[in-house]
Design a protein around this ligand. Sequence first.
Ligand code: 5GP
Length: 191
Amino acid sequence: MKLLEQKIAQEGTVIGTDILKVDMFLNHQIDVGLLNEMGKEFYRLFGHEQIDKIVTIEASGIAIACVASQYFNHVPVVFAKKTESRNLDAEVYESKVYSFTKQKEYSVRVSKKYLQPGEHVLIIDDFLANGQAVLGLIDIIRQAGAVPCGAGIAIEKGHQKGRSLIEAEGVRVESLAIVASMSEEDGVKFA
Ligand code: 5GP
């Protein structure tokens, strides 16, 4: 998606060799107009499939998924929670995820109320690196007896192994921008 690539090229910054910082439009401040175009593009890519629900992971996936839902007939958006809370229902599906950015393992949880057997679920997230967040969501969706129909990703770092791990699970991956390489000196190059 050209618009997203342009935004990354203009406003993204590379930290070290493997972190792309896009706080100014995606991860801290949010460009709602851009998210709207991303939502349309996800619909173009997945709109021919039956999608009953969108599942994402807090925090940055939530805004992207909610804007996209408007193009998918306003299907409910469920986000996996990263922190334990007395608010969360006792009955949850849970999966372990190794965080690429924080370099530690954490659990993600979804209440059993919000995923039903047989539901067709689209996963949406901001970044795809080594695929651990999306694999955790696939695991939770399958625990519920629901069907992961695809993973819609805003920014894929194509030099990392996420895509191959998710495709090995039989889940289609569509990314709106695919980074082929990046460095602090040369910036971002797209696939
Ligand atoms: P994965 O689980 O695929 O290894 O990493 C994806 C998750 O880590 C995303 O949900 C995102 O929050 C975070 N992440 C991975 N790489 C980057 C990056 O380069 N920049 C930012 N901002 N987040 C990233």
